[in-house]
Every structure is written in C-alpha cells, then in structure tokens.
Design a protein around this ligand. Structure first.
Ligand SMILES: *Cc1c(COP(=O)(O)O)cnc(C)c1O
Ligand SMILES: [Zn+2]
Length: 408
C-alpha cells in the first residue's frame, strides 16, 4: 500500500506496520491509519475525480487502505444521493439543508461502506470467513457484502434486533446467532469466537480499517457540493466509528489539498443512551449507560471505541445533542413527508438532533448543513408505524370515499 505509512495508536503513539489483520495496540488503544498525503495528492485531485466515471465509494480508492492489486468488491456501495431540501430547511429554521440518504446503499445503511472494506481486507489476509457482533446493520451489511464476494459470514446479534435486519442476514446466508443479552454480551461472545476460530474480525471497535471505509461519505458530500464544505454535519452516534470516519474523510481531503476548511460536527445520541456525548461534555472518562431507546442501531451503552469519536467532536468544535424517542419519531415523519426519505430510527436521529440544535439557537441561521440519514426505514417498520398513522378503513363504495375526503 503505497498510500499508507503505518498504523498508529491514538493513545500511546506506538506505530505498527499496516498488516491486513491488525486490531488494537498492545496498550489497548485503537489504531489510526496514517497516510502519505503527498503520494495521494499526486494520484487524485478535483479534476481526476471530475473525470472519474466510477460512481461508488471506490472513486476515492487513493484514500483507502487497500492493496493496489486488490479488486473492489462486487456490490455498488456509496455515491448515495445528496438532496437539497428547502422545505425541510424552512421548517427547521435554517437556510441551507442537505440530506445525504445513505439508506440507499445495497443493504440499506451507511455500514456498507465499512463492510466493503472489511471484505477486501479479509481477502487480503486469505480468510474465507468474516465475523462480527452488531446491533444489526454492521451485520447485515457484512453478510450482504460477504455473500457477493463469495465469503462466509458469522454474525452475533443482540436478541432485540428488528425483524427486517434479521431477515437480511438470513437471506444473505449468514450463520446467525441471536444472543440472549445486550450488544455488550454479543460483542464479548464474538470476540471469544473470533479468537478461537481465526475468522476475519469486522468489529468496528477494534478493526482500524472500517472507519476508513466510512470516511468516504464525507468525500462524497464535499464532491457533491462542488467542494464547498458545509458548515455543519449532523450524524447519529452509537459506537462512534461513523462520526470519527466522517471527520477523517474531511481531514483527509484537506490534507491532500482537495478542500481548505473543515465542518463542525453535530453528534447526536439518544437521550436514553448517550455515553459518548456525556463524556465529551464533561471531559470525564466514559461511563457506560443503559441501552434505552428505540434507535437500536445507536443503542450502544458501552462503546468500545469512543476515543476517536470524542476527539473528532472536540477537534471540530462540534455540538452534542441528545434526542428523545419522541423527537426521533417526529424527525422520521418529517423526513418522509417533506423529503420522501424514509429512515430507520437511528438513521434519522441526526436530523432530530439538528432540529433540536436549531430550535435551541445553537446553529447560526445562515449555516449550510448536511444531515446524514444513516439507515433505511424499511429495516424497522414496527418503529415507523408508531408515527406513520393508520390507513382509513372504507367499504368499496365511492359515496363513502366522497364523505371521507370531504371530512379531511
Ligand atoms: C451503526 C449505525 C449508526 C452509528 O454508527 P456508530 O459507528 O455505531 O457510531 C447510526 N445509524 C445507523 C443506521 C447505524 O447502523
Ligand atoms: Zn498504544
């Protein structure tokens, strides 16, 4: 990998060769992939991207930690739409709002960006089985991307995972273990099994390559906005890998000379499970919390990798916001009604947090804001039905229809 210098521990600074199967530093710290930006800048710039017809995350391959000869995996991941939404902006009370609909990835969440990289790295190590513990989307994306690439997958999910996500796993042919317990319990069991059986580990908390895939969402945002960097990017936070990736994407672009400034992050967590925001605000070590929210994909009571996320929020001069389940459901309905975008609860939490921050006057009125919708609502229709309302019951009779329409 000519574009990668090494992997460096974010706690003690120890450097490692960027082998395909590295995990944590010996001190327990998470590793960060360090790039040679001069080399990258010689490979890619705004003009080469403008001429690039590959409308997937792999158009940013020069920024990704994979071998030059590794083939990109088969599924089309990335280049999700960025919608300008004047109507939602008006309701929220901001001037410029863009919705990045990452629920349009092949398995319907932003996690596909990480799983695509995991599949490439697994192949580089020669593994033919990949494994993870997940609240749902990391798992379903791994299962789908692995299936397309001809790898097997083993998945540990907490028993609360919504049916839509379970169905995806099973259809993609994963070996699925539904663990009677929390995400925490699932994580521990997966770690033991991976150790024992030598599978490739797609746990974002310890695999430093996954965040690198997620950073492509920011590269797309910048390019789709004509390289005009937004003032704020709102994103929902569970384990913290996504927001750390969002930050790294912008920083990489700046380091390679494609952009000149950075946005501020809006870190949104559920009120019933917000350990990363709490630690960011108080400056104290992270304390685990209960996992009390309908937004299952961000219900992570004991994040395994909070350091990069907390660092990213602080470095960006970011804002932390907590939202109730009620606020999440309201944002879900609003995104559906004003933008035609259907997100799952965790997927729309970022927008809910943005709405709250705007209402509380935390964001300047003329700011340009991007809200990332991280997962599709069809994964969890039971939650959606809590806010969607009910159909009108009617006999097959036109006069009844007239009456109902008159009363609307
Ligand atoms: C995983 C996930 C998140 C949060 O990402 P983390 O890396 O856990 O912080 C947000 N939304 C959805 C839909 C997810 O699947
Ligand atoms: Zn270390």
């Amino acid at each position: 990998m000519k574009n990668v210098k090494c992997a460096r521990c974010i706690i003690c600074g120890q450097e490692y060769e960027a082998a395909a199967d590295i995990t944590l530093c010996s001190c327990g710290g998470v590793l960060d992939i360090i790039y040679d930006y001069e080399y990258i800048a010689a490979q890619v710039n705004r003009a080469t991207l403008a001429a690039n017809r590959d409308f997937t995350m792999w158009r940013y391959r020069s920024f990704l930690p994979i071998r030059e000869n590794s083939p990109a995996p088969p599924l089309r991941v990335g280049w999700s739409p960025l919608y300008s939404s004047a109507r939602l902006a008006e309701i929220i009370g901001v001037k410029y709002l863009f919705i990045k609909d990452d629920g349009q990835n092949p398995t319907s969440s932003l996690k596909d960006r990480a799983s695509a990289v995991a599949v490439v790295k697994a192949r580089e190590t020669g593994a033919n089985t990949v494994a993870c513990a997940s609240t749902g989307n990391a798992a379903s994306s791994l299962a789908g991307n692995a299936a397309a690439a001809g790898l097997s997958s083993v998945i540990f999910v907490p028993s609360r995972a919504p049916a839509g996500k379970l169905a995806q796993l099973l259809i993609f042919g994963a070996k699925v273990f539904s663990v009677e317990g929390s995400y925490e319990d699932s994580f521990r069991l997966s770690a033991q099994a991976i150790e024992k059986y030598g599978w490739y580990n797609r746990n974002a908390a310890i695999n430093p390559y996954l965040m690198e895939g997620k950073k492509t969402v920011s590269m797309e945002i910048a390019e789709q906005l004509g390289w005009e960097v937004p003032d704020y990017v709102a994103v929902s936070v569970g384990d913290g890998c996504t927001i750390a990736g969002v930050w790294k994407g912008f920083k990489d672009l700046r380091a390679a000379g494609l952009i000149y400034r950075l946005p501020r992050l809006i870190s949104v967590q559920a009120r019933g499970c917000c350990p990363i925001n709490r630690a960011t605000k108080t400056g104290r070590p992270l304390e685990p919390m209960a996992e009390n929210t309908i937004a299952d994909s961000i219900a992570v009571g004991r994040p395994r990798n909070p350091d990069k996320a907390i660092k990213a929020i602080k470095e960006s001069g970011g804002i932390t916001v907590e939202v109730s389940d009620e606020e999440i459901l309201q944002a879900m309905a609003l995104l559906g009604r004003k933008c035609g975008v259907f997100g799952e609860p965790a997927g729309v939490a970022g927008t809910a947090g943005l709405m709250k921050a705007a209402k509380e006057g935390l964001i300047p009125k003329d700011a340009r804001i991007v809200s990332i919708v991280t997962g599709n609502g069809l994964k969890d229709t039971a939650s959606a039905m809590k806010t969607a309302g009910q159909p009108m019951r009617i006999e097959p009779d036109i006069s009844q229809l007239e009456k109902l329409l008159d009363n609307m």
